[in-house]
Design a protein around this ligand. Structure first.
Ligand SMILES: Nc1ncnc2c1ncn2[C@@H]1O[C@H](COP(=O)(O)OP(=O)(O)OP(=O)(O)O)[C@@H](O)[C@H]1O
Ligand SMILES: Nc1nc2c(ncn2[C@@H]2O[C@H](COP(=O)(O)O)[C@@H](O)[C@H]2O)c(=O)[nH]1
Length: 188
């Protein structure tokens, strides 16, 4: 028994978490892949629900033990990665798995799983709007927002490598498009 993989990647602030949370409420037979990170929990985030929170040393130890399917040092000394054990835990039960990962991580998962994975790129309507969204979200310092925006311009160049690009301008249209593409991929 093995489930399928659905990957959401986007520059930070484009709205992938918003779309993933919506899709998880739609009744699809799929579970969220909880990533590991060495960043500190924000607000009400919980260990094992939003992320597995590790120290940078613990994270590097797992890299050395080859426990990651993919990982990135997304910002300096701030790692994010997908544990092989998480993917195995979910897909071995025949359940589909949904990922919310950065652009390079998403392409690495797609490369490993080929047609068993659907890779969706969520694009913002513009970089200016991306900055607005990060500022309005209120979770990051001005310095961190600048880092995220700097990375976004590079990440946008990877959009053509994905199976589908969804422009998240009107949120309800983006939700409908994501839902439709997943139904088609899962043949529902
Ligand atoms: N279509 C939209 N129009 C306006 N605001 C939006 C839209 N989609 C999402 N947002 C808002 O933009 C902000 C960023 O969205 P979200 O946190 O989902 O982005 P993300 O891509 O998951 O970012 P990160 O990678 O940093 O976790 C949130 O405050 C969210 O409510
Ligand atoms: N390559 C990976 N990137 C990941 C993973 N989990 C999350 N992320 C990405 O990191 C940034 C920042 O996230 P935040 O929670 O600090 O806002 C964002 O783009 C995430 O998608 C992962 O397992 N691998």
């Amino acid at each position: 028994m093995s489930g399928k993989l659905i990957i959401f990647s986007a520059p930070s602030g484009a709205g992938k978490s918003t779309l993933v949370q919506y899709l998880l409420s739609c009744g699809f037979d799929m579970e969220f892949s909880v990533s590991a990170t060495s960043r500190a929990p924000r607000g009400t985030e919980k260990h094992g629900v939003d992320y597995y929170y590790l120290t940078p040393e613990e994270f590097r130890q797992k890299i050395d033990n080859q426990e990651f399917l993919e990982y990135e040092e997304v910002y300096q000394n701030c790692y994010y990665g997908t544990l092989r054990s998480e993917v195995e835990r979910i897909t071995s039960q025949g359940k589909n798995i949904v990922f919310d990962v950065d652009v390079v991580g998403g392409l690495n998962i797609k490369k490993e799983f080929g047609n068993r994975a659907l890779a969706l790129f969520i694009a913002p309507p513009s970089v200016a709007e991306l900055k607005n969204r990060l500022q309005n979200r209120g979770t990051d310092s001005a310095e961190m927002i600048e880092k995220r925006i700097g990375k976004a311009e590079f990440e946008m160049t990877f959009a053509p490598k994905f199976d589908l690009v969804i422009v998240n301008d009107d949120l309800s249209k983006a939700k409908a498009e994501a839902e439709r593409s997943i139904r088609e991929f899962l043949k529902l």
